[in-house]
Design a protein around this ligand. Structure first.
Ligand code: DX5
Ligand code: ZN
Length: 229
C-alpha cells in the first residue's frame, strides 16, 4: 500500500451519477472512497446508508470503502455495512455507549476499525483500546457538512496522534477529514497525516464535460504530499 492515500468524500459528488463519479476519481488516482453516513441525529444532516455502499460494489467499485459513521447509536448497523462491502468502519466514540464493544463488533464482521475525533474531543478514548484500532480519524471541521474551513489547531492534534501511533509501534492509519485543500494538504501531511479526505476540493474542481476532470486536482494534491513521507 502507498504511504499517503487520497480519499475523496462522496458527499460532494453528484449523487445522481454516483457510480461513475467514484469510478472517475479512482481512475484519476484516488486511493480509497470516503463514504459519509449521517443520521440527522448525531449530526444535523442526512446522507446515505448500506444500500448505497452495496450499490457501489455492484457497480464494480473495488477500491477500499472507508465508511465514516456520523450516527447514534452505532452498533445495529455495523453488520449491514460489512455485508454491503465496507472496508473500514469508523465511528465517533461519543456515539457509542461501549466503545470497546463496538470496535470488537467491527472486527468480528471482518472490517477494519477506526475511531473519529471531533475538533474538541481529546484523544484519551484511545488509551485503552489502541490495539483494536486500524485508523485514527481527526475531524478538522465539525462533522455534518462538506465545504467548511479547516480548523488550524488540528495540526497540533495530528502531531500528537502521530506521536501516539509511532510510540505504539502499531500499524494505524492517521486520517484527516474536513477542509483539506490544495493549499493546506502539504502542511497537514507534514504534521503527520497519511490519509486525506477531500470532498469539495476534488468534486467541485471540475468541468463536467471533461471525462478526465479529476486528474489535475488529484495529481496536484499528490505532488504536494509525495515528498513529505
Ligand atoms: C463532514 C464529512 C466530510 C466532508 C468533507 O462531516 O465527514 O467527509 O464531506 O468535505 P470537505 O472536504 O468539503 O470539507
Ligand atoms: Zn467524513
Amino acid at each position: 500500500m502507498k504511504n499517503k492515500l487520497i480519499a475523496p468524500s462522496i458527499l460532494s459528488a453528484d449523487f445522481a451519477r454516483l457510480g461513475s463519479e467514484v469510478e472517475q476519481v479512482l481512475a484519476s488516482g484516488a486511493d480509497i472512497v470516503h463514504f459519509d453516513v449521517m443520521d440527522n441525529h448525531y449530526v444535523p444532516n442526512l446522507s446515505v446508508g448500506p444500500l448505497v455502499c452495496s450499490a457501489l460494489r455492484s457497480y464494480g467499485i473495488e477500491a477500499p470503502i472507508d465508511v465514516h459513521l456520523m450516527i447514534r447509536p452505532v452498533d445495529r448497523i455495523i453488520p449491514d455495512f460489512a455485508a454491503a462491502g465496507a472496508t473500514y468502519i469508523t465511528f465517533h466514540p461519543e456515539a457509542s455507549d461501549h466503545v470497546d464493544r463496538t470496535l470488537q463488533l467491527i472486527q468480528d464482521v471482518g472490517c477494519r476499525t477506526g475511531l473519529v475525533f471531533n475538533p474538541a474531543t481529546p484523544l484519551d478514548h484511545l488509551r485503552h483500546v489502541v490495539d483494536k484500532v486500524d485508523m485514527i480519524l481527526l475531524m478538522s471541521v465539525n462533522p455534518g457538512f462538506s465545504g467548511q474551513q479547516f480548523i488550524p489547531r488540528t495540526l497540533e492534534k495530528l502531531a500528537q496522534a502521530r506521536q501516539l501511533i509511532d510510540d505504539s509501534g502499531l500499524d494505524i492509519r492517521l486520517e484527516v477529514d474536513g477542509g483539506v485543500k490544495l493549499d493546506n494538504i502539504r502542511s497537514i501531511s507534514l504534521a503527520g497525516a497519511d490519509t486525506f479526505v477531500a470532498g469539495s476540493a476534488i468534486f467541485s474542481a471540475a468541468d463536467e464535460s471533461d471525462p478526465n476532470r479529476y486528474d489535475s486536482v488529484i495529481r496536484a494534491m499528490r505532488a504536494e504530499i509525495d515528498d513529505t513521507a
